[in-house]
Design a protein around this ligand. Structure first.
Ligand SMILES: Cc1cc2nc3c(=O)[nH]c(=O)nc-3n(C[C@H](O)[C@H](O)[C@H](O)COP(=O)(O)O)c2cc1C
Length: 246
């Protein structure tokens, strides 16, 4: 096993424990008033950012909203949904297609060994900027798309992201994984969550002063579940309808 494989002092996870955690998580729409302690939030955010992510550029940020007045203002922004109105904390989960450049520099700056391996340096100084810089009005992206179209006739290539829209998708993938980690971490502390995409994005941006190029992918409502917090029994389609085996 690689010398980097196990950097945790935690007990090994068991399949049963993980299944229990995943099964216990439900979307909860009503919460008790009891606040979620900052230490718990911090622990859960630490676990959120352990999510796998594209090129380890960690294209996400979070706004933790505990302030009662700010939460009150977010109620109507979330279309009056009970989850947003009753949760003692809301966490805005933002995908950040706009931070790759500083993250490349940060990886090299914060590399956890005395020397940055040459391959790593080359990747973050050359390869990543080529992949992620779409240029003014996305013109570099258009050029790359054409280039890949030609080079791709001869060999397999990673062809995306080549536009600002594809950069958003790129960031959203990693950020959604962090959001799931966050929900499961909160669940492990006994706190329920509800992911919310039902909000007015324009108003959300105004209230939280979200940077222009950040993408608010969801708000997580979190807290202790009220008795009537889960609205419906669990429903999932049969696996056979959604999985093909090759
Ligand atoms: C991206 C996303 C957005 C969601 N938005 C809302 C929402 O705005 N309001 C809501 O009540 N539930 C929302 N949900 C929760 C889903 O409705 C819920 O996860 C789904 O019905 C399955 O139920 P379960 O999570 O309890 O298994 C959202 C879930 C996801 C993943």
């Amino acid at each position: 096993m690689s010398r980097f494989a196990a950097e945790s002092s935690c007990l090994p996870a068991t399949p049963d424990a993980l299944r229990a955690l995943i099964e216990q998580r439900r979307a909860v729409r009503r919460f008790l008033e009891e606040p979620v302690p900052d230490a718990v939030l911090r622990d859960c955010l630490e676990q959120a950012v352990l999510a796998p992510n594209a090129c380890n550029l960690q294209p996400w940020s979070f706004q933790v909203i505990r302030d009662a007045e700010l939460r009150r203002r977010l109620g109507p922004v979330c279309l009056g949904q009970n989850a947003a109105r009753t949760a003692p904390v809301l966490i805005a989960v933002l995908a950040r297609p706009d931070t790759w450049r500083e993250s490349c520099a940060a990886v090299l700056d914060q590399w956890p060994e005395p020397q940055v391996p040459e391959k790593v340096r080359h990747f973050y100084e050359r390869t990543a900027p080529f992949q992620y810089n779409q240029g003014t009005f996305g013109l570099r992206g258009l050029f790359k798309r054409a280039l890949y179209g030609v080079v791709g006739l001869r060999r397999a290539l990673m062809r995306q992201p080549n536009s600002h829209a594809e950069m958003r998708l790129w960031a959203v993938k990693s950020t959604a994984l962090a959001a799931q980690n966050l929900m499961l971490a909160l669940q492990s502390h006994g706190y329920a969550t509800c992911p919310l995409e039902g909000f007015d994005e324009v108003r959300l941006r105004q209230v939280l002063q979200i940077p222009r190029r950040a993408v608010p992918i969801m708000l997580l409502a979190a807290g202790r579940a009220a008795d009537n917090g889960v609205y419906n029994p669990r429903l999932r389609f049969p696996l056979e309808e959604r999985v093909s085996w090759h």
